[in-house]
Ligand binder design. Structure first.
Ligand SMILES: NC(=O)c1ccc[n+]([C@@H]2O[C@H](COP(=O)([O-])OP(=O)(O)OC[C@H]3O[C@@H](n4cnc5c(N)ncnc54)[C@H](O)[C@@H]3O)[C@@H](O)[C@H]2O)c1
Length: 383
């Protein structure tokens, strides 16, 4: 079968570290274009990734009939005109998150994607990460057929009073970030809009209910606690700090539902209790292992790799050396999109799906402005 011709528009850090390497190793893709307004960036990616053509002008990409798909990895401040240009030219779109900065922008994006019918995938990649898929499967199994393990501590027996909300889900998402790693535009917009759509999206993956209210304590820039309420009584809390350390795993997700506890530790391991038949601990490997001699996988393997990377950074004086990253689902999300382009079906994070966490975070920004007052979320926010 012919390869899908693809262009990458916005060839900065994210494109160079993840999207371009993933495109180059994907057997169904041919990298036709790299497009960036910065000519120095274009020279770098031209040498490193050998696209067929380079351009500073997105219209040239839109006019190329061989180019079927476009991955937009500019910052969110310049997305709408590019999305309109490419969708109206019939190109399928992979769009980095967050899709929009305002409700008005998001509605325009929803409209043009619906009207043109192009296959869109929004880069909320964590929902495609192997550790998240594993946790979701365990949760789903328990949701559909909850079985109390025989060891469950039970004081009252079958006559115990029932609590309302037994079917609700509690989710805690803890993010340990270090603002020294931020770029200039991230300082201007803050982590709430830049990063938290990822975590609001994860909350929505684990809670199959309608978000109805959100409140934010703290500042949009660096430290915040965002609580999302759902119509079935479920709650998700995102606790994020920009004053942490990359010497410690960045992300911890805890999910509690009807006598079960499912913990996703930095996407490196999942620990499950209370779901009959599920292993207590399942480990995952890092995405690109620079230390294959370290046998341990999971969180223990991650710690060992952190220490090895810190040693290398110290010895070489190169502070850009970071430990390997967990598999955050970037390749799987790309693959899912390509599969839908070829075979039909809807990408797992199309604009309709991505509009929900985006709306939650846009309302969370309003709550921050109101000093933490809860703000309602209505279905019309994301439809
Ligand atoms: N999914 C993830 O895991 C993840 C992680 C980090 C960043 N991101 C997202 O990826 C996006 C890019 O982040 P980054 O860190 O690579 O930013 P970056 O600043 O390194 O790169 C953005 C690039 O876009 C180019 N650009 C800007 N306007 C353009 C235009 N009109 N046409 C063509 N090129 C243009 C810039 O010159 C720059 O090279 C952001 O939206 C960010 O939120 C996603």
């Amino acid at each position: 079968m012919d390869k899908i011709g693809i262009a990458v528009v916005g060839c900065g850090m994210m494109a160079q570290n993840l999207h371009l390497p993933n495109i180059k190793r994907h057997p169904s893709l041919e990298l036709l274009w790299c497009c960036d307004v910065n000519t120095q960036v274009l020279c770098e990616v031209g040498e490193k990734f050998q696209p067929r053509k380079l351009t500073t002008d997105a219209a040239e990409v839109a006019a190329d009939p061989r180019c079927e798909a476009v991955l937009i990895s500019t910052t969110h401040t310049v997305r709408l005109p590019l999305i309109e240009l490419f969708a109206l030219s019939g190109k399928h779109l992979y769009i980095e998150k967050p899709i929009a900065d305002t409700f008005d922008e998001m509605k325009k994006i929803l409209r043009v994607c619906r009207e043109t019918g192009v296959k869109t995938q929004v880069g909320h990649n964590r929902r495609a990460a192997p550790a998240v898929r594993h946790a979701l499967k365990a949760l789903q199994k328990h949701r559909l057929k909850p079985v109390a393990p025989r060891w469950r501590f039970d004081r009252e027996g079958p006559d115990r009073p029932r609590l309302e909300g037994e079917k609700s889900t509690m989710v805690l998402l803890r993010v340990n970030d270090d603002y020294w790693s931020w770029k200039r535009w991230a300082f201007a917009h803050g982590a709430l809009i830049n990063e938290m759509t990822h975590f609001a999206d994860l909350a929505c993956c684990f809670i199959p209910a309608r978000p109805i209210r959100v409140s934010t304590v703290g500042s949009r820039l660096a430290n915040h606690v965002v609580t999302i309420e759902y119509d079935d009584g479920s709650l998700a809390t995102i606790f994020a700090t920009a004053f942490g350390s990359f010497g410690y795993p960045k992300e911890l997700i805890e999910i509690y539902h009807n006598g079960s506890a499912i913990i996703v530790d930095h996407l490196m391991e999942v620990r499950v209790a209370g779901v009959v038949g599920e292993p207590f601990r399942t480990t995952f490997s890092v995405a690109d292992d620079r230390h294959p001699h370290i046998e341990e996988q999971g969180i223990e393997g991650y710690y060992k790799r952190v220490l090895a990377s810190q040693r290398e950074a110290l010895e070489s004086g190169d502070n850009s050396i970071l430990p390997e990253q967990p598999d955050k689902g970037h390749f799987a999300l790309l693959d899912d999109w390509l599969n839908c382009i070829r075979n039909g079906g809807e990408p797992m994070c199309n604009v309709e799906v991505a509009a929900v966490p985006t709306a939650i975070i846009l309302r969370a920004l309003e709550s921050e402005e109101l000093g933490g007052q809860p703000v309602a979320i209505s279905p019309s926010d994301y439809s």
